[in-house]
Design a protein around this ligand. Sequence first.
Ligand code: MSP
Length: 498
Amino acid sequence: MSFYVTTPIYYVNAAPHLGHAYSTIAADVMARHMRQRGEDVFFLTGTDEHGEPVALAAEREGLTPQELVDRNAPRFVDLMPRLNVSNDFFIRTSDAEHMAKVQEILGRIRDNGHVYEGIYEGWYCPRCADFKTDAEAGDDNLCPIHKTPLTREKEDNYFFRLSAFQDDLLRLLDEQPEFVMPRHRYNEARSFIESGLQDVSLSRSTFTWGVPVPWDEKHVFYVWFDALLNYYTALSYAREGEDLTERFWPAQFHLIGKDILKFHAVFWPAMLLAAGLPLPEHVFVHGFLLIGKDKMGKSAGNAIDPFAIMDEYGTDALRFYLMREVSFGHDGSVSLEGFRARYETELANDLGNLASRTIAMVHRYRDGVVPDAQLDPDLAAEIDGLEGEVRALLDRADLTGAADAIWLRVRRLNRYVEERAPWQLAKDEARAGDLDSVLASLAEALRVVAVLLYPWIPESSAKLLQALGAPQLELASARVQAGRLGAIAKLDQLFPKH
Ligand code: MSP
C-alpha cells in the first residue's frame, strides 16, 4: 500500500520556530511508523515562497523577492535533518516545475468553467495574505488574528467559483466523515460551508511575486492556490525522470494547524473537484503550541529555542517532548520547565533507567547473555498486543494515544522490575530459573517497546536495539518471542541526567 503524508509548507519570511517543528515531527512519526510497516511511503514538506508578505519583506530589506527566499529557505531545509525528519522531498513553491504545474492545473480549472473575471473590493490582511469578510473586519477594521489594520483593496481579479461547490463539499463531508479530523474540526468545517460559500479571488494584479496567470500575464495567482497545489505538484518532479503522481496521489494525510483549516477543508477539496482530481483521504488538524495562554509564533518564537534544547538534550528529547506534551488535535502549553520535568521523569527515569537496569542485570547475573528461558506469560500478554494497538491508533493519526499506550507498558515494565526484584532472586540459587525468566521477559519486552518507540525517538531507539543485539525495526518484529535475544552489548545512558 502507498502512504503519502504532508506538512503545511512554511512561510519563509519568519525564522523556523517550535510550531513549525511540531507539524513536521508529527508527520515524521507517521511516516516512520508506516515505513516500519513496510508501506510505500512518501513524506513531503517544504516552503511557501510567494505572495505579498514576501514581496514586502524583500522590499524592506532592499532585496529582490527571489534573493530573500533563497536566503531564507535553507533555514527550513536545514531544519529537517536537525530534527531528524525523514522527508522524501522538500518542495519550494518557487521551483520552476511547481510553477509550471500550477499553471497547468489552474488552467484546467478555468477550462472547466470555474473561473471568471471581476473586480474585488474588500478587506485584506497583508500578514495573513487573506481577505476578510466585513464581519471579520468588525467596526475597527482590524485583522482578527493579528490585530493590525486591514487594507481596503480594489483590483481586477480572476475569481474561483467556490460557491458552486457548496453542495459537493457537504456531500463529501457526509460520505467521508473522516475527511476532516478530529471531529470538532470536522464540525467547524461543516458549519463554515453551511453558512454559505462566497467566490474567492484566484489572482492578484497589484504585485508580481507569484506564479503568472498563463492566460493573463498582468496577474499572478493568489498565493494560497499556488501553495495548496504543492501537495500535488511535488509528486510530478520530486524524482528526476520519474512521475510519482500515480503511485502516491491521493494523499492519505495532510497534517495542518487549526489556523489554516478553511483553506484545506474547503478551498482545497473544491479546487481538486474543479480540476477533476481525486481527493485526499484525511486532513488532520492539530492545535497550537501555547506559551502560557498565547499562541507561540514569530514574536513569542524564541521563548523556547528548539536549537538550544537539541544542543543540550539531543533531538529525540525535543521530538518526544512535543509529541507527549501537546495532545495531538488540541492546544497545549509548552515551557522549558515542562520540558525538563518530562525529560527527567519519562526519558531519564522511566525509559532510560529501565534500559540501563535491564541491560546491567543481564551483564551482572548472566554474563551479558539473555537467558533462553520461558517468558512470563502475564507480562508477555500485556506487551504482545501493543503492536496492533499502536497500528490502529496511528491509522487514525492518534499520535498521542499511541505514545500513551506504549508508555503504559514502559511503566508496567518498571513495576515488573520492582515486583520481581531480580537482585533478590539472584541471591538464591534455587531461584535461578525464575531469574532467567524475569531477565528474558524484561529484555524481550524492552526490545518490543524500543521497536514501537522508533518513530518518536529514532536515534535512541536504534541505539537501544543495537545494544540488545536485535537491530530489526520492522513493525512485524514487535511481537514477543522467547529466545530471540542472545549476547547483548553494554549501553551508555540513553538520556543522561542534567
Ligand atoms: N504557508 C502557510 C501554509 C500553506 S499550506 C499549503 C502557513 N505557513 S506558516 O508558516 O504560517 O504556518 C505553517 C504551520 O505551522 C501551520 O499549520 C500553523 O498552524 C503551524 N504553526 C505555526 N505556529 C504554531 C504554533 N504555535 N503551534 C502549532 N503550530 C503552529 O500557514
